[in-house]
Design a protein around this ligand. Structure first.
Ligand code: NAI
Length: 304
């Protein structure tokens, strides 16, 4: 099977690349080789390579900056998924795409299911929702995995910021009134592979994944299990890495200046993923331990 992976240098893309190789030949052009907002270049690339599967882990993820850069956010998060969908539709390929808890406004009681109504609070969330709709309306066989609070040992993310501040500062203030599931990029990659394994199990043919997808297309919530706040997540990080000595103080969201509101409730119900594919990601606390086990020296985050 030929696979095109986008966003290979991002958190999820870099975790996916080594795993996807077990499914086939992976092409993963970095941004310098293929600018994904250049629709003609993308179309030429896909038509020449004809991937059986495109895994789209590329995205515009700067939530605050998106308020000023609406066109850039929509180009990558909305127009690209629709384009990938229509290109794959042309010749019979499939798409796996990622989306976000930010498609919701966070006012719901309990965890959101895939059937709940979306109501994004900002440009980033609106652009990601438009990408979901564009991909689905392209008619391509596609899976959209909505995830939340992604972190890992690579790239800019909450875990790395806290590991750095925990060593540099005496005290840090962390928001204590937003609930969600921190999700390790490694878990997202493993969950994606577990789903693909169920789709490919019936045949070794190159298009077995596309065939296996029939009747299972759509949106799935895919996060680590359980829920916590940013404050408790930080405390757990510092418990696991005692080199981080900063005192952690809880604050309400209103005390953390930001150009865009975040959902108070980001919890996503993963039941559909379990029912359809038999896949469930580990608890957020277990995934955090697994992730940190891959970081021998916490001082590394100060220098890298
Ligand atoms: N980071 C988070 O907290 C969350 C992320 N998600 C979603 O998960 C998915 C993966 O996110 P992350 O891995 O965290 O993103 P990331 O920001 O770490 O990586 C994004 C990737 O897209 C690439 N990219 C951006 N613009 C490009 C362009 N014009 N041409 C080519 N490549 C370009 C970047 O080079 C990078 O490799 C995305 O769909 C995101 O919306 C969902 C919920 C939370």
């Amino acid at each position: 099977m030929r696979i095109l992976l986008t966003g290979v240098n991002g958190q999820v893309g870099s975790a996916l690349k080594p795993l996807l190789r077990s499914l086939g030949t992976v092409q993963a052009p970095p941004r310098e080789e293929l600018d994904l907002v250049d629709a003609r270049a993308v179309a030429a690339w896909v038509r020449q390579y004809r991937p059986h599967l495109i895994v789209n882990a590329a995205a515009y993820t700067a939530v605050d900056r998106a308020e000023q850069e609406q066109a850039a956010a929509f180009a990558l998060n909305a127009q690209l998924p629709e384009l990938l969908g229509s290109l794959q539709r042309e010749w019979g390929g499939a798409v796996i795409h990622y989306s976000t808890d930010y498609v919701f406004d966070g006012t719901h009681e309990g965890a959101y299911t895939e059937k709940d109504i979306t109501a994004p609070l900002g440009v980033y969330g609106r652009s990601k929702r438009a990408g979901e709709e564009g991909l689905m309306s392209s008619g391509v066989p596609a899976l959209i995995f909505r995830t939340s609070w992604v972190y890992g040992l690579h790239g800019r993310n909450f875990l790395r910021t806290m590991l750095r501040l925990g060593q540099e500062r005496a005290e840090i203030q962390v928001v204590n009134d937003q609930w969600g599931a921190p999700t390790w990029a490694g878990s997202i990659a493993q969950g994606t592979m577990a789903v693909c394994a169920t789709l490919c199990s019936s045949a070794q043919a190159e298009n077995s994944l596309v065939d296996g997808l029939t009747g299972k297309e759509g949106i799935y919530h895919l996060t680590n299990g359980g829920a916590t706040t940013w404050y408790d997540f930080t405390r757990r990080i510092f418990e696991l890495r005692p080199e981080c000595r900063a005192l952690v103080l809880p604050i309400p969201s209103g005390d953390y200046p930001s150009p865009v509101r975040r959902p108070v409730n980001s919890r996503l119900d993963n039941t559909k993923l379990k029912e359809v594919f038999g896949v469930r990601l580990p608890l957020w606390s277990e995934a955090l331990e697994d992730c940190l086990a891959e970081l021998p020296d916490v001082q590394e985050v100060l220098t890298s």
